[in-house]
Every structure is written in C-alpha cells, then in structure tokens.
Design a protein around this ligand. Structure first.
Ligand SMILES: Nc1ncnc2c1ncn2[C@@H]1O[C@H](COP(=O)(O)OP(=O)(O)OP(=O)(O)O)[C@@H](O)[C@H]1O
Ligand SMILES: [Mg+2]
Length: 450
C-alpha cells in the first residue's frame, strides 16, 4: 500500500523529534521541517496529505503554512499545534481551513488519533474528487454533453441561475435539449428533493389543460367523477416545466398568471385556495413575439416567464460537439442493448458531422441508437450509417439538390467524367450525349486534366 506523505513542521528540535517518533506507528511517510520557510519550500515542490504544524514560529508561522497548503492542495488536511490556552487562535485557524488543533503539552495518543482522522478524510476527499471528475468528463454537467463555447456559456448561465427562484424561458429548436436543461436547473437547485413536473401545453383544450394544471373537484364538469389534484399542487416545493408554452390557450394564460402572482391555486369548481410554492420554467420553439403581435400570447405572461432567457444552440452551429455526443450515445446504447460497440471510424464520423441534423440532438441520438442496434462489428463504419445520412442528398428528394453549393466548374468536370465513364471512354458518344462538340469536349478533358 502507498504510504501517505505527511509533513511535520516545528522549530523546536526536541519536540519535532518526539512527535516524529510518535507518528512512526502510522502508515505514513514523514518529512520534517524546522521552520515555516522550510515548509513552504517543500510545499512548492510536492503535495502532502496531512500537515502537522506548530503555530508560533519565527519568520513564517503556522498560519502562513496553512494558507499556502490549502491554496495549493485544497484536499490536504492541516493539524495545528497551539500553545497552552491558545483556543481563540485555534478557532481562527479552523476558520482558515485547519481540520483540527491540539493544545500543548501534546498528548501523543491524541496526536496519532487526529492524524489518522486527517488521513482518512484526505483519502475520502481524493476518491470523491476522482469520481466526480470521472463522472463530469463522461457525462458533462447533469448529463449534458457539449464542449462548444456556445454550450459552455449556456451552462454557465444555468449554474448561475439554478439556485435562485427565477423563472426561466428556454428557447431553441426541436431536439436541442430544452427539457434536459430544465431538469438540470431543477436538479442543481435547492428544490431537487421535490417533484419536477413537465406539462405539454400543445394540443390540449382549455378545459383539459386547466384541470391538469390546477386540478378539479368532483362534479365540477361532466366526467369529473372524483377530486383531482393538479400539477401545480403536486409540484409544491419543486419545479414545473411548461413545455411548448406558446401553445397555451389564451384563456388559460390569464388564470395561470394569477396563480403565479398570488402563489395560490384553487381547484376548478372550488373556491378554496391552497398556497403553492413552485418554480416555473417554460420551453418553446415558437416565435413568442410574433404570437404577442397576433394576440395569441399575453405580453404580461411573457415578461413574467422570461426573467432569464436561455437559448439552446442548434446542433449544426456546434459541429464539434457531434463527436462527443456520438461517443456518449454509442456507450449508452451499447450498454442498453447488450451490444459491444465501442467506437466509430473516421469516415462514418465525418459523414455524421457533415449532416444537417434538423432534428438536432434528438435526431442524432435516434440515428446512433439504430446504428448500434444493427451493428455487426464493434466499430461503426459508413456501412452502418442510416440511409438519410449516407445518401448524397440528405435533406431533399430532388436529385439536382446536391449541385447547390458546388462551383460551375466542379459540376461540369464531374458531368464530363461520369458521362465518359458510362460511355466506356467513347468521346464521340459522350459529346453527343452532352450536346457539345467533340472539339469542346477535347478542350475540357485537357483543361480539367481528365
Ligand atoms: N447536450 C446533450 N447531451 C446529451 N443528450 C442530449 C443533449 N441535448 C439533448 N440530448 C438528448 O436529446 C433528446 C432530446 O432532448 P430534449 O427532449 O431535452 O429536447 P427538446 O429541446 O425539449 O426538444 P422538443 O422541442 O422536441 O421537445 C433527449 O433524449 C436528450 O436527453
Ligand atoms: Mg421537449
């Protein structure tokens, strides 16, 4: 087993030797320093798991050692030795990050116990740190994969606003991860132990959505055969996500706004109100401003919802993230479907990066899942690509579509090349097919180096 490095700092030689000997029983590698300055020099060179330091020393004292050690190695544990009656000063040391203190005269058994505690704590915090880093590297923040600056900026905002109560409007194209971000906000807020409820406002009548949101009492309308708790009451203390908020019927919008302002909700058919404490997140891929213009969306609700706005960048604006996402989904679906697909080769990845992904991450995720499920080997290749990605005209059925974005020269060169190939190299036949003279064809062949 590796022995943990421990640094013992004391300018009193006799005491230093005694303490050093007392610690020899522990599974540690001990280094002695005879002054604060010597300790700082050692700390500049390497990390120690535990530092036992005298407080009062000439030049650099125990506080200087503590400060330097914690700055360089946040995980390290510091144990302070203080003079008799040095309680006040010990409290200050604890505030500065020391883990324990021992008053002189020093009880050697106590010293050993406390150093052992420090070692255990250090070990745990290092292991925890490793685990956390591993998890973050693999899954990103709350399972959100992405390294593009646009994504990192977006995640910074998420981290900043998550712990607050602010309403957040999450905007972005379909499949960009709006719901995922909403969950991340909830999960990194103090509300994480309470429910997260998502409700889709699209395609629901006013009556249905209101009874979903606010609940109803028995007999309040035909079919209301029993009391029903609404999502708002259910989410008390937690977070509600109004998905496709732009689709909320206008009549519901005003009632909803009232609930937000008054922080209480009444079930339909009842006058009794219940206080609710719910954080509201909303997601949309619609042009809310246009809906306000046309009178389909209330401006007051709009302002109430967009205290903070988060824009989800479409996948085509962050092609660098495609590789990370593909690797993430390969791992995920390989495990889920009991396959042993491990990676994707370069050509297949290039094809995925070049595709347009109008359905954004959701579409990419589905494509990778179907590739993994059908894969024969453990490396995905271009043969595994779904047809829409592998085909030369991914987004349109019109065969001429692939010409867009090519130069006239490129088009002509390939036109001649393919026609010659198909005519078996017969130039007379090829010229006739293309409707150009043989002379022109010869010139082109020479110019294009065919
Ligand atoms: N950055 C990401 N990292 C990992 N998975 C992601 C990421 N973005 C989206 N996904 C996954 O893609 C799928 C679609 O995401 P989500 O449902 O959050 O999108 P959305 O914006 O709400 O879409 P819609 O507008 O269609 O409702 C989900 O399975 C989600 O887990
Ligand atoms: Mg969604």
């Amino acid at each position: 087993m590796r022995r943990n490095p421990v640094l013992l700092v004391d300018d009193d030689e006799a005491l230093r030797e005694t303490l050093g000997e007392a610690l020899e029983a522990l599974p540690i590698d001990i280094t002695l320093a005879d002054s604060g300055t010597a300790a700082l020099e050692l700390l500049a060179e390497r990390e120690f798991a535990v530092i036992v330091t005298d407080l009062v020393m000439k030049d650099k004292d125990g506080f200087a050692v503590l400060k330097d050690a914690k700055e360089r190695y946040p995980a390290c544990r510091v144990l302070m030795l203080t003079g008799h009656g040095g309680r006040d000063i010990a409290v200050r040391a604890m505030e500065d990050g020391a883990s324990y203190y021992i008053e002189k005269p020093i009880d050697l058994a106590e010293l050993r116990t406390k150093v052992q505690k420090c070692l255990d704590e250090y070990q745990r915090s290092v292991e925890f740190d490793d685990l956390r880093h591993q998890v973050e590297r693999q899954y990103g923040f709350s399972g959100i994969v992405g390294q593009d600056p646009k994504m990192l900026r977006m995640l910074d905002v998420v981290r900043q606003i998550a712990p607050t109560h602010a309403s957040v409007l999450i905007r972005g194209e379909s499949g960009t991860g709006k719901e995922l971000v909403a969950r991340a906000i909830h999960n990194s807020s103090p509300r994480r132990g309470k429910p997260f409820v998502a409700i889709n406002c699209g395609g629901m009548s006013e009556g249905t959505i209101e009874s979903e949101l606010f609940g109803h009492v028995k007999g309040s309308f035909t079919g209301a055969i029993s009391d029903h708790q609404g999502k708002f009451e259910y989410a008390d203390g937690g977070t509600i996500l109004l998905d496709e908020v732009g689709e909320m019927p206008i009549g519901t919008q005003i009632k909803f706004l009232r609930v937000l302002e008054e922080r209480e909700v009444a079930r339909i058919g009842s006058n009794k109100t219940n206080p609710v404490d719910v954080r509201v997140l909303a997601a949309t891929n619609a042009d809310l401003e246009a809906k306000i213009e046309s009178g389909e969306f209330r401006e007051d609700l709009y302002f109430r919802l967009k205290v903070v706005t988060i824009e989800m960048p479409p996948l085509r604006e962050r092609p660098g993230d495609i590789k990370l996402l593909v690797e993430h989904f390969i791992q995920q679906f390989s495990d889920a479907h009991g396959k042993d697909v491990e990676a994707i080769d370069r050509d297949a990845l290039v094809a995925l990066v070049g595709y347009e992904w109008r359905g954004n991450v959701r579409e990419l995720r589905n494509s990778v899942e179907s590739m993994v499920v059908r894969a024969r080997g453990n490396i995905l290749t271009i043969n595994d690509l779904p047809p829409e990605v592998g085909a030369p005209m991914p987004n349109d059925r019109d065969p001429w579509h692939w010409l867009a974005g090519k130069t006239a020269e490129e088009v002509e060169r390939n036109h001649i090349r393919v026609t010659l190939e198909l005519s078996g190299g017969n130039r007379v036949k090829a010229a006739k097919q293309m409707g150009i003279s043989e002379r022109t064809l010869y010139r082109r062949i020479r110019d294009y180096g065919l």
